[in-house]
Write a protein that binds this ligand. Structure first.
Ligand code: GLA
Length: 360
């Protein structure tokens, strides 16, 4: 599928919401602004496609996704979805808050991963707002998570706004409230391949990450609690480096699957976390976030069995996820930034993906 760009058609920012193939439960949402198109669905509040121009080619879809939106009901690799209630791992799925013990579902070895068996990523969300004006267009997806869902305490109301501005930036605003204290950690799990999957691997992509440290992992893939320097490791991306440089150094993971401790100023300001770029297409994605961490995951277990929206098989290292987040398993590490949301508080975080072209 190829859309005319807004520049070509002279159209301004616009948002459309349509039922998918006559199925009223599944929505197909499209944000368009200038020469960027972002497609979404209400299943998992997922980004299903992002079309951006390259330096010599036209619009290409640079994220992993299914051609048939019904497949988002399964989606074992979490293509494009919002992950919650708690993204990443909670060791043994067990934690206590104010002396009360909770057991959430265990779905990844001995750990809880990405909100459990049927996390937010696999639910139907509701479109609660759409807006468009000269400069920007946006959609808000909302979901009510019941007390006890996947074992979590409290009724949680969560909303995610996707807003596409006229400077090639997709703003993702997350918000949530609860009626009992609960952990929360929301992210978006898009996988990028800036060639539009014309090259089957992202190992030649260049990555820069604004992080001097990372959270060390134990054998069961959860943090030991140690925050270690990236200096002298394959996780030092303070200067741009190819993803190939360290992918063989983590045989247990078969690639990168690590949480960076982002270098932040005091507070939770929106700051640059990472820049991903690819020379042949000239495409770049710059990530800004208010969150303290970012998981780098290089699609280590893609095995070619899924033919994606671009009509090609998604193979190992075919895409790269830059999951802005709180640190994994924060509930067990009091020195990590707290992820507990209390009644009366508002969870608010923002991540921006800014799409560009490498300056000549
Ligand atoms: C995150 C995790 C990975 C994996 C992917 C989804 O990046 O850290 O281990 O679960 O999500 O496949």
């Amino acid at each position: 599928m190829k859309y005319a760009t807004a520049q070509e058609t002279g159209e301004k920012a616009s948002v459309t919401v349509l039922p998918y193939n006559g199925d009223e439960r599944i929505l197909r949402v499209r944000l368009r602004n200038r020469n960027i198109i972002v497609e979404l669905t209400n299943i998992g509040s997922a980004i299903t496609a992002i079309y951006t121009p390259g330096k010599n080619d036209g619009l290409k879809n640079i994220v992993a996704g299914y051609a048939d939106l019904k497949n988002y009901l399964h989606n074992p690799d979490y293509y494009g979805v919002v992950v919650g209630r708690y993204a990443n791992r909670i060791a043994a799925g067990h934690f206590s808050i104010n002396g009360k013990e909770y057991q959430v579902s265990v779905n990844n070895g001995s750990n809880h991963l990405h909100g459990g068996v049927q996390g937010f990523s696999h639910k139907f969300w509701t479109v609660t707002s759409v807006k468009e004006n000269e400069q920007q267009c946006s959609v808000v997806f909302s979901y009510n998570s019941a007390d006890g869902e996947e074992g979590y305490p409290g009724n949680m109301s969560v909303s995610v706004e996707y807003q596409l501005d006229d400077a090639g930036r997709l703003h993702i605003h997350y918000s949530a409230t609860t009626d009992k204290s609960t952990p929360v950690n929301l992210t978006n799990h898009s996988y990028f391949n800036l060639t539009g999957f014309e090259q089957p691997s992202i190992l030649d992509h260049l990555l820069e990450v604004n992080a001097s440290a990372y959270t060390e992992k134990s054998e069961n893939d959860t943090p030991t609690g140690q925050i270690l320097s990236v200096t002298g490791t394959a996780l030092d991306f303070r200067k741009p480096g190819k993803l190939s440089k360290g992918v063989d150094q983590f045989p247990a993971d078969m690639g990168y699957d690590h949480n960076f401790v982002l270098d932040k100023s005091e507070g939770n300001d929106l700051e640059k976390a990472a820049v991903l770029s690819e020379a042949s297409s000239g495409r770049t994605v710059t990530v800004y976030t208010t969150k303290p961490g970012m998981q780098l995951y290089t699609a280590n277990f893609w095995n070619g069995s899924i033919i994606g929206q671009q009509g090609v098989a998604y193979r190992q290292h075919g895409g790269v996820a830059l999951e802005t987040q709180s640190f994994p398993d924060s509930v067990h590490h009091p020195h990590f930034p707290s992820t507990i949301l209390h009644p009366g508080e508002q969870y608010r975080t923002t991540t921006i993906f800014e799409f560009g072209i490498i300056a000549e």
